[in-house]
Design a protein around this ligand. Sequence first.
Ligand SMILES: [Ca+2]
Length: 358
Amino acid sequence: MVVSCPGTSLGACVDLCTLPESVEYQSCVANCLDLCKLDDVCTGLPDGAFCEDFSGNDINTERWWYGRKQWGPQAPFNHGVIPENVRVADGIGYFAATGNNYTGNAVGVRKVGGGYIQDQPGSKTAGMIISDRYFGSGSFEFRMKLPPQTGPCSAVWTFHYQEIYEGEPGYDDYVAAGNFEYGNNNIGRWVIPNHEIDIELPTPLAGAPDETASYRYVRYNTFIGEQDSELTGTVVDNGFEANDGLFHNWRFDWHTGGNGEIPRVEYYLDGELAQTITTNIPNIAGRVTIGTWYPTWAGVAADYDTTFLEVDWFKYTPFNEPNDRFVLETYPNDGMTKCQDKASNDAGLPVCRLNPPV
Ligand SMILES: [Ca+2]
């Protein structure tokens, strides 16, 4: 038996598999099949698709940015996301989250004014990557192995952010679409279209204490803005604790709608439909983020040194629905860099980032 892996570079492995049957042979066959499966995910894709299998030695910075920013709960609970916490090895993207027992050399980030400074403790830091490309309607699938511990949130999301003032093009359309109007007659009015789709876990059930966060539950959210009236947040029972040491396929199908297609987001776990949301459905293309971060609600203890989200691959297949919109963001590269080393980022080298540092 010869294992054939069409379209891949498994020559050495295939040659080994021509040896007479033995334990090594069996192992080789299994290994070849695993590698074939791994490579196959990004082959034979339709036009407009995108696929990341983390097959290189590092993050491909032509396709991705590192997050170097901080949001959500303030220090000491959350020291932001840093590029140093992202690594690639053996076809897997690793997204570290450092806990309270962390003793390494990482340096955390804090938000200062409109920028970020990397001068915080290395505990409670996380890591993420943000796509260079903006994605519209389509199927977004992520093969991921979750960290064993609660504490960090493992998350994938699309994101588009704008601030638009009354009188600017499109303002009335956003108000008509349900966006909240900020301001008043004295200071003027504005809307904040924050178009976003999330998968996030672990989480407690709605209203339960943060300490009860569990991988049994997942948050599936859609946003057209930041106010409660502009988002639909749901918590769904996975049916099992999803940090079981295995890879699972998390997917959402984003329908912006048109031509009879109802705007909605369908969420799937391992191919099974788990949730459908039909309210506050975004229609503006967004960047994809993959990684970890520290909200208040993903478990509190974090009594570990470092834990990891592992991502085998991400695949996007476009739907190209009529309601898709592509609109510029107000702060398109906020907290994003293409460099991993702190010194280069601190120096604000043009090769690293488009926004100047503080
Ligand atoms: Ca992979």
